[in-house]
Design a protein around this ligand. Structure first.
Ligand SMILES: Cc1cn([C@H]2C[C@H](O)[C@@H](COP(=O)(O)OP(=O)(O)O[C@H]3O[C@H](C)C(=O)[C@H](O)[C@H]3O)O2)c(=O)[nH]c1=O
Length: 181
C-alpha cells in the first residue's frame, strides 16, 4: 500500500496495491504492519461499520467526544462519495479547516481520519456501500455533530443538481460557531 500525508496532521490517503489477473482483482484492504511502518501510528481498530445509501444521501458531519473519540479508516466498496473530514482540534493549526476527497470503488482510495475530526460524506451514486474501521466503540451519549452546510466551514459539497437526503437528526445539528466560538 502507498500512504501519503495530507496537510492535516495525522490524516493520510491510502492507495492499496491492486493485483489483477484473468479472474479479476485482489488487494489488501488493511495491513497493520505497513500502516504502522508508513505512518508511525499504532492503531487498533475495534469496530467495522458499513452503510448503504442512495445518490444524494448526505451523512454527517459526525464525531464522538472525549474518551470515545474515533479514528476512522474509510473506503467505498461500491459506488462513490465525496468524503469530508473537518479538523475540530482546537490546538491544531488547521482547526476549522476541512479536507475533501472522492472515494470510490474505481479508485479504491481510503482516507485515515484521526481522532479529533468531524466526518461526513455525500453519496454520488445509487446503492453506494461505505465501509470503515473505527478505533473506538460507538457510544451514543458521546455523539456530536456540525450541520453540513455550516457557513464558517463553507464546505463545497459539489451537490449541484442533487436532491439531498439528510436525516432529521443531521438537519438539526449545531453550527461550528455554536460549538467552538
Ligand atoms: C454510527 C453507529 C450507529 N449505530 C446505529 C444508531 C442508529 O440507530 C443507526 C444509524 O445511525 P446513524 O444515523 O448515526 O448513522 P450514520 O448517519 O451513517 O452515522 C455515521 O455517519 C458518519 C458519516 C460517521 O462518520 C459516523 O461513523 C457515523 O455517525 O445505527 C450503531 O449501532 N453503531 C454505530 O457505530
Amino acid at each position: 500500500m502507498n500512504i501519503e500525508k495530507t496537510r492535516f496532521k495525522g490524516c493520510y490517503i491510502i492507495k492499496p496495491r491492486i493485483f489483477t489477473d484473468e479472474r479479476g482483482s485482489f488487494f489488501e484492504s488493511f495491513n497493520k504492519k505497513q500502516f504502522q511502518e508508513q505512518t508511525g501510528l499504532e492503531t487498533l481498530f475495534v469496530q467495522d461499520n458499513q452503510s448503504v445509501s442512495q445518490k444524494g444521501v448526505l451523512r454527517g458531519l459526525h464525531f464522538q467526544t472525549g474518551d470515545f473519540a474515533q479514528a476512522k479508516l474509510v473506503r467505498v466498496i461500491k459506488g462513490s462519495v465525496l468524503d469530508v473530514a473537518v479538523d475540530i482540534r482546537p490546538e491544531s493549526e488547521t482547526f476549522g479547516q476541512h479536507y475533501s476527497i472522492i472515494l470510490s470503488a474505481q479508485n479504491n482510495t481510503q482516507l485515515f481520519i484521526p481522532q479529533g475530526f468531524a466526518h461526513g460524506f455525500l453519496v454520488l451514486e445509487d446503492d453506494t456501500i461505505f465501509s470503515y474501521k473505527c478505533d473506538n466503540y460507538y457510544n451514543k451519549a458521546s455523539e456530536g455533530g456540525i450541520i453540513y452546510n455550516d457557513k464558517t466551514l463553507n464546505i463545497d459539497w459539489q451537490d449541484s443538481g442533487l436532491e439531498l437526503i439528510i436525516s432529521e437528526k443531521d438537519q438539526e445539528l449545531p453550527t461550528f460557531d455554536t460549538l467552538y466560538k
